[in-house]
Design a protein around this ligand. Structure first.
Ligand code: NOJ
Length: 595
């Protein structure tokens, strides 16, 4: 679906249950707070960002155009047809701003400058032009809970206690010769760093080189709104907002209660002025543009979600809630998850929201391991079907789907064996804090990272079978390419009609022409089943049934409640079965039926 002129496209897909999309599309060109002209049969206001399929690009690892071993903007521009061919119509670009790269661009030195390794502003403009030419949209990463310590604001701020920028960050004196409180950083150790110049501590919830901005200072907020306008005026279509629930800190910065020491995100998130600041941002910036916003909502519970995304509150359009992607985690440690747990999250999410709220569906991103290795089965026999099953789920659950680069190829986790192979600051800091202090055995630490590391998703894209997977002509890319690139790569998948990429593209087309798969009500029909995920999406008289076998077993499955499968719309293993209650499912089989 093209997104720019939905007035032309939408009537082609309008069906009885979808009302007056032409009007809806017209009002999408107005500010996002405008009064809707129409709703779907079940009461949703149609919006382009609800119908979008978002593809996340991590620029460092996507495509290197100049042979320095690092992906760049020109590389992305050269692959826009590939992204469009997949059926995605919005690109989320992970940070492309000037940065010393303590945390791969999530530490920004200059919000109005392109990272030199990625190219120039002219390259950015070219990329945006190429995206617009294809009637796609671009959202940027807005990283404003913190900046880099090399940002001009912090360089000034740390100079003296009376510097005009002092209050742009969060400074505190020592507390009885110790850190001001017991807050911990997500990247190990205390969240406070003593700065020699003024002998005070500054707060950094992430790396030392990522000082937290002081959002209680109105000048900081104004700076953020100005930089947002800078990019919106260039024509970008919205933002993914990095750890946005952390921007408002608790009054007087109290100690973390012991129960939160291992999950501090629930203490840092949803501070007292969060809603006020988001509403101000909306008033000052977002309401003036037709944009999409998605907040990275680490530490936000499903129950709290509507307070951020209910459209009547004018805050965000949707958030990333981590309950599904972190089902497999206990703190940093891997835990075995099961299917009923996952289904329960989707049901809770669905019940927490109503027609005034919207959400995302995502199973991976640059902070998580590869989707097929985590929620599917990356063994040779099941990698392809399980990746297709996960694509089926991503594109048929309720919420805007986000796919992370390389997952459309079924790229897998990297076979890490040594600490030296990792790049991630989180891994390196935790190694020092846990392994070098003898708290955790090196082998156990690496074994856990083999399942959980963020670097799995950051290894370069595998474009073809040439050296380094065609990602770069350099001998050494910034992070090693997965050795399986000769078997798993884009060139091979584009040529194979049965590839994961081509299946994803077919699924995207099915979603595009099926309003029920976007707006339809969701119902889980077999919540306790350990292997089968069975759900319906219903919009007016249109009902779709999704059957997913989350196991390698062949299963004879009788649909519950006298249900019959209906007409087959798509399947990942080429079944012909339809109009029956008795299904013979193969391992990792996925099917979508129209009732
Ligand atoms: C969340 C980002 O997704 C992650 O990559 C980063 O390390 C932290 N926020 C800090 O910006």
């Amino acid at each position: 679906m093209t997104l720019v002129d939905s007035r032309i496209v939408l009537p082609a897909i309008a069906i009885t249950s979808m009302i007056l999309f032409t009007e809806a599309a017209a009002d999408a060109t107005q500010a996002q707070t405008s009064t809707p002209q129409s709703t779907t049969a079940n009461g949703y206001q149609p919006r382009w960002w609800k119908e979008a399929i978002v593809y996340q690009v991590y620029p460092r690892s996507f495509k290197d155009s100049n042979g320095d071993g690092i992906g760049d903007l020109k590389g992305i521009t050269s692959k826009l047809d590939y992204i469009e061919g997949l059926g995605a119509n919005v690109i989320w670009l992970s940070p492309h701003y000037d940065s010393p790269n303590a945390d791969n661009g999530y530490d920004i030195r200059n919000y109005r400058k392109v990272m030199a390794e990625f190219g120039t502003m002219a390259d950015f403009d070219e990329l945006l032009k190429g995206i617009k030419q294809r009637h796609m949209k671009l959202i940027l990463d807005l990283v404003v809970n913190h900046s880099s310590d090399e940002h001009a604001w912090f360089v000034e701020s740390r100079k003296s206690k009376d510097n005009p920028y002092r209050d742009y960050y969060i400074w505190r004196p020592a507390n009885a010769a110790h850190e001001p409180n017991n807050w911990v950083s997500f990247f190990s150790g205390s969240a406070w760093k003593l700065d020699p110049a003024t002998k005070e501590y500054y707060l950094h919830l992430f790396a030392e080189k990522q000082p937290d901005l002081n959002w209680d200072n109105p000048s900081v907020r104004q700076e953020v709104y100005d930089l947002m306008k800078f990019w919106l005026d260039k024509g970008v279509d919205g933002f993914r907002m990095d750890v946005i629930p952390f921007i408002s800190k608790r009054e007087r910065l109290p100690d973390l209660p012991p129960a939160y020491l291992t999950r501090p995100q629930y203490f840092y998130a949803m501070g007292p002025h969060l809603h006020e600041y988001l509403q101000e941002m909306n008033r000052e910036v977002l309401s003036k543009y037709d944009v999409m916003t998605v907040g990275e909502a680490f530490g936000v519970t499903l129950e709290q979600t509507p307070t951020l995304v209910d459209e009547r509150r004018n805050e965000l359009n949707m958030i990333f809630n981590f309950d599904v992607v972190r089902l497999n985690r206990d703190g940093r440690k891997w835990r075995n998850w099961n299917l009923p747990e996952m289904k329960a999250v989707y049901t809770t999410q669905d019940k927490a929201l109503d027609v005034h709220s919207w959400n995302t569906i995502f199973l991976s991103n640059h902070d998580n391991p590869r989707v097929v290795s985590t929620f599917g089965d990356d063994s040779p026999g099941f990698r392809v079907p399980s990746a297709k099953l996960l694509a089926t789920m991503l594109l048929t659950l309720k919420g805007t789907p986000f796919i992370y680069q390389g997952d459309e190829l079924g790229m897998t986790n990297y076979p890490f064996t040594h600490i030296e192979e990792f790049d991630d600051i989180e891994v390196k800091n935790a190694w020092k804090a846990e392994v070098l202090t003898g708290k955790v055995k090196a082998d156990d630490y690496i074994a856990n990272l083999r399942k959980t590391s963020r670097d799995h998703s950051r290894t370069p894209m595998q474009w073809d079978s040439s050296s380094n997977g065609g990602f770069t002509t350099a001998a050494n890319p910034w992070l090693a390419v997965n050795p399986n690139y000769k078997d798993i790569n884009a060139r091979q998948e584009l040529a194979d009609p049965n590839s994961i990429y081509n299946y994803f593209s077919k699924m995207a087309k099915l979603r595009e022409k099926t309003p029920a798969l976007v707006y339809g009500d969701y119902e889980d029909l077999d919540p306790q089943n350990m292997k089968i995920f069975l759900y319906t999406r219903t919009l007016g008289t249109d009902k779709y049934l999704v059957v997913l076998n989350f196991s390698e077993d062949n299963i004879s499955y009788t649909l519950p409640g006298g249900l019959k499968a209906g007409q087959l719309q798509i399947s990942n293993l080429g079944t012909k079965e339809q109009n029956t209650a008795a299904l013979k499912l193969k391992g990792w089989e996925a099917r979508v039926y129209k009732q």
